[in-house]
Ligand binder design. Sequence first.
Ligand code: KIV
Length: 283
Amino acid sequence: MKSTKKSVPQIRSHKADGANPPIAMVTAYDAPGARMTDAAGVDIILVGDSLAMVVLGYDDTLSVTIDDMAYHTKAVARTEPNALVVTDMPWLSYHTGVRDAVRNAAKLIRAGAEAVKLEGGANRVEVIKALVDAEIPVMGHLGLTPQSVHAFGGFSVQAKTKEAAKRLLDEALEIEQAGVFSVVLEAVPQAVAAKATELLKVPTIGIGAGPNCDGQVLVFHDLLGLTFGHKPKFVRRYGSLGEMGIKALEGYVHDVKMRSFPAAEEGYQVGQGELDDFSYGRN
Ligand code: KIV
């Protein structure tokens, strides 16, 4: 193990304060993405089930399977990043009982994940305990849990009322008690995320949850401008790789059409005189 390799115990005890900067987590789904995020110094690479939407073109996360997640985890893990590799358990891989959950999480660990993430609160306590009991570290995920898109009736901000905020805080404490080493808070009011961060001993990692969490997470393609269409207000774009990519590809198409690509020096030559008496025809 490299000396700067991030571990679950390091993350578990990392509450952001004056001395400790927030945790930076970014998603990645393949080797180039993992190499870029790791070179940038992220603490955690999340092989998120957002894979479904930003890579595979689905409208929600429900279509990816445990085998899809394992396949993409292998690509990320092969790069041997210093960042901790956490993989999402996809929809229905932990909803059908504790044994299924452990078997499916084991597939992700064998693919190279060092921890798994799953969505939900009180209804996931038994699964979290079983995974922790099987030595599989678990990251929780509360608030807007995208696998509940149909139950929620869309992707909307959660915990906006006093009752819903109390429920979220109760559930955060319950999953902490069950053994999660950190909790993602997605699309919840800043004040609720701040309260959860104050209450929990494990770090909170926010996305659309304000600046007071112990860490932040963004989706790789959102951050780099590789997503097209609606941009949620919590996404800050740090690049326009989509536009840059289209420009580069237009240059390539232009050069092919104009016969200016490839140039002679971009190809291979035979030795001088080698083809002088060469003739070959179709019979
Ligand atoms: O799948 C994902 O990318 C996620 C993050 C939004 C936290 O779960």
